[in-house]
Design a protein around this ligand. Structure first.
Ligand code: 5RP
Length: 221
């Protein structure tokens, strides 16, 4: 079975968490693209969706799912997204698709967060996947120097401008053994818009597809 199929399986499985007549939040990425295709079949059971990126908005509209602005909702019942890496404590790296800022906002604004991954994204220590950081363009050289002090190799992602007109810096070779500390530390650098460590807003429910089943892990913290 391919990774693509594992993503499809977990995306379909996540449909069981869709509440009736509520507003849901939707992340960004290939797993989410499959999720939206499955969601299309039951789209009349929800009120609409708050989208985390231009890409997701286009996909939702194409599939006939009403898109609602975050500022127009009282609350979001549940947020669905994937991740690039997740550790045993449910800390994550996200932002491979450069949508980390809105993803973090919507995840934080949602009562529940369901994260769906294939088993290859489960790790003991975060950092093998380059850590994405969204930065204000006028500050990126300063921020890059500050990030280099953390010990990794920092590169500006080529030809990428985020939906908020910012740049992405990726840090390679970081060994993230204290995710919450690093999330706060990087957030504190002037010029940083958002960091792809999701330690303060972890998923409540993690779904992991492997070759035989979808495993469900509830976040007890
Ligand atoms: C986008 C993200 C995605 O959730 C992450 O990159 C996983 O994507 P995919 O489902 O394509 O593997 O954080 O910013």
């Amino acid at each position: 079975m391919t990774l693509k199929n594992l993503k499809k399986i977990v995306a379909k499985y996540a449909l069981r968490y869709i509440p009736k007549k509520k507003i849901i939040g939707i992340g960004t990425g290939s797993t989410i693209s499959y999720f939206i295709k499955y969601l299309r079949k039951i789209k009349d059971s929800i009120q609409g969706a708050v989208s985390s990126s231009n890409h997701t908005t286009i996909s939702l509209k194409k599939n006939g799912i009403p898109v609602i602005a975050l500022n127009d909702v009282d609350y979001i019942s549940i947020y669905f997204d994937s991740a690039d890496e997740i550790n045993n404590n449910m800390d994550m790296i996200k932002g491979g698709g450069a949508a980390l800022m809105q993803e973090k906002i919507i995840a934080s604004a949602s009562k529940k967060f369901v994260c769906m991954i294939d088993y290859t994204k489960k790790v003991n220590v975060l950092g093998k996947f380059p850590l994405p950081i969204e930065v204000l363009p006028m500050s990126y050289k300063y921020v890059k120097k500050e990030l280099e002090k953390l010990g990794g190799i920092v590169k500006k992602r080529k030809k990428v401008i985020t939906d908020n007109n910012n740049y992405i810096l990726d840090i390679k070779n970081l060994y993230i053994n204290n995710p919450i500390y690093l999330e706060k530390k990087i957030n504190n650098i002037p010029g940083v818009i958002s960091v792809g460590i999701f330690s303060q807003r972890q998923p409540d429910i993690l779904l992991i597809s492997n070759y035989t089943q979808v495993q469900t892990i509830l976040n007890k913290s």
